[in-house]
Design a protein around this ligand. Structure first.
Ligand SMILES: [Zn+2]
Length: 633
């Protein structure tokens, strides 16, 4: 029931720290001192609470309401009015939760050094833990009422109908809930099921020893995930990139059997959980929470395997333009062209607002109003957390955190987060509280669609081949990272889990073999796939921390490609209808299972053509890059 943590939709964007000295209006300020930055570019927390005293009162208010909620225990069998009363009481607590959480979490993020705020944040977490305990009786008691009875109650009580989806979804999931002794046994198992994850964390961070590498200029660097990425993205000497790659992957190769044993622990845990709860496969168990059909993942994996041609075409283009005899995976991040074009914030904001004009006047007006308010924290300041995210506070609105540094990445990040902010705003203002929050499965559709609109506008505005090439490349690199790579990951997870389900052994040879074969299948003869790359799986935290998660990045991307195509091609009438469906999706919050929400918007992820639209978009963009590249001198 607790939705507040899902509302924090974040993306980690790496920062380029440029010592900018631009003084033009809206350009990145030269100071990192917060008090010297104009108020219009800083968060104002007063719409949440006027003061810490008001926040304190909010904390007291929740505390009292928690105590009152506990007293409702045992009343649900009395009928629809009792069920309604409990849900409404929970809503009131939930709305306050957003506020007490947001007021502290946001202030912590603009100055992570502030101990006073950290202390208050910990108090919020303690209060939420108390809430969890105080409400644990609710779902089991609700489910003790027979489903047909509950359905009658809902039908006869108009005010309860807003809760219908939530209530009935509890019954749907009940099929996989065991009896009391079974659940008790599983709760004991939960205590050690986190062990593989914890072991991975220690081996891959605390205990890992990366070597020193001497580059061709004689400079010695200590490898780390950060310095390794930096060599790949900035060092124009291929031999240096090769050297860093070899040393980096050999670090994982040295303990490959241990990584395989840990990953086997993850796989066995997933299979244990699936069998204990009567699921036929680990995939079905993983997808049940959001009622996603298995065909979504299998269709994604199969279609992309057959749609790797544009990925290979892009690698070949990069090879040619970089003038390399052999193209390796470690050559994928080095820029082909350099540019000194900058994108100051105010100009970026205007571009982003103008780019979504096809979504209609109402969308643009609300977006403009949000961007003009003091709920966007624009610039990097001392102690502020890195990256960018949107956090929605129900009843107050979204808060957007940026670290705008005038780069092209920052411009697209603004469009991306703007998509999240508008999704939050429209869902919150349209849906009742209980259904206001959307799932991750839909969230990245809103953000990537806005990025695509921005790309379109910027391409229309310039004929300069180099600028066009860099814009197209940004889009293509996003597709490689967020679509192709994530589907390859999903394919790996699926194959590994299947072996465990079939009782087959999991060894480092088996896992390395799956990974190497996938790289060869995806890149064909366009890339020289070095043997050491087979160890890559051991350094992907998602495999260990949240199995069957990454496919969602790819389905969101594919959905957004399909929606964008529907909204921008075809007759006026069909474009208008597609746009209306898309806006309805943004307003739908969590009022249905995500697959159904997308279907209503015209996206069926179990169909091949949906995923194929992404492959086609990639093909088109790479073809345009080739055209622009030919014009650059
Ligand atoms: Zn995002």
């Amino acid at each position: 029931m607790n939705a507040i943590f899902r509302s924090l939709v974040g993306t980690a964007i790496s920062l380029t720290l440029l010592g900018s000295v631009l003084a033009a209006d809206g350009a990145k300020p030269t100071t990192q001192n917060r008090s010297e930055i104009a108020a219009e570019f800083r968060w104002d927390f007063s719409p949440i609470y006027a003061s810490w005293d008001a926040w304190e009162a909010g904390m007291q208010d929740i505390d009292g309401r928690i105590d009152a909620f506990v007293k409702l225990k045992g009343t649900l069998k009395n009928g629809p009015d009792a069920v309604l009363k409990a849900y409404q009481a929970f809503d009131d607590i939930g709305k306050l939760q957003y506020k007490v959480y947001g007021y502290t979490a946001l202030q912590r993020d603009i100055d992570t050094r502030n101990q006073d705020v950290s202390g208050r944040f910990q108090r919020v977490m303690a209060l939420f833990a108390k809430l969890g305990t105080a409400t644990s009786w609710f779902t089991p008691e609700l489910l003790s009422v027979a489903q047909p009875t509950m359905e009658q109650w809902i039908a006869a009580t108009p005010a309860l109908q807003a809760y219908s989806f939530t209530i009935l979804d509890n019954y749907r999931q009940q099929k996989h809930v065991l009896d009391e002794s079974g659940e008790r046994l599983l709760s004991y198992a939960a205590r050690f099921s986190a062990t593989p994850k914890a072991t991975f964390q220690e081996l891959s961070t605390s205990d890992i020893k990366f070597p020193l590498v001497t580059l061709s200029d004689g400079k010695e660097i200590k490898l780390s995930p950060g310095t390794y990425q930096s060599v790949l993205a900035t060092n124009y000497k291929q031999a240096d990139r090769a050297k860093a790659f070899e040393a980096y992957l050999k670090t994982y190769a040295a303990t490959t059997n241990t990584y395989a044993a840990i990953y086997n622990g993850v796989l066995q845990h997933d299979w244990f959980g699936a069998q204990a709860r009567n699921f036929p496969s680990t995939l079905e168990a993983a997808l049940d929470g959001n009622a996603i059909p298995v065909s979504v993942v299998t269709n994604l994996v199969d279609t992309v395997r057959q749609g790797t041609a544009p990925l290979q075409r892009y690698a070949k283009l990069r090879k040619k333009l970089l003038g390399l005899d052999n193209y390796h995976l470690y050559d994928g991040a080095i820029p082909i062209y350099k540019t000194d074009k900058t994108y100051p914030y105010v100009e970026s904001r205007d571009q982003v607002l103008a780019s979504v004009a096809p979504l209609g006047a109402d969308y643009v007006a609300k977006y403009r109003k949000f961007m003009a308010g003091k709920q966007v924290d624009v610039y990097e300041t001392e102690g502020k957390r890195s990256g960018a995210y949107v956090s929605g506070i129900y009843g107050v609105g979204p808060y957007m955190l940026l670290n705008h540094n005038d780069t092209q990445d920052a411009l697209f990040t603004l469009a991306h987060e703007g998509g999240h902010a508008m999704h939050t705003l429209l869902s919150h203002e349209t849906q009742p509280f209980v259904m206001a929050d959307y799932t991750i499965f839909v969230a990245e559709v809103a953000s990537t669609t806005n990025e695509r609109f921005l790309l379109n506008r910027l391409l229309q505005a310039t004929t300069d081949p180099k600028e066009r090439f860099l814009l197209l490349q940004h889009a293509v690199d996003s597709i490689v990272g967020t679509f192709y790579t994530q589907v390859l990951f999903a394919d790996f997870e699926l194959q590994a889990h299947k072996l465990v389900e079939q009782g087959k052994p999991i060894t480092s040879d088996v896992l390395n073999g799956i990974y190497l074969k996938l790289l060869q299948d995806y890149y064909g003869d366009a890339v020289t796939v070095d043997d050491l790359y087979k160890y890559t799986w051991s350094r992907i935290p998602h495999f260990f921390n949240s199995p069957y998660y990454v496919y969602q990045y790819a389905t969101c991307f594919a959905s957004s490609a399909k929606l964008f195509k529907d909204m921008t091609t075809g007759s006026d009438a069909s474009r208008a209808a597609a746009t209306e469906r898309y806006l309805t999706l943004l307003k739908s919050g969590g009022n249905d299972h995500p697959m159904q929400q997308l279907q209503k918007a015209g996206v069926d992820l179990s169909k091949r053509e949906t995923v194929q639209a992404m492959v086609e978009q990639m093909e088109e963009l790479v073809a345009q890059m080739e055209v622009e590249a030919a014009k650059i001198r």
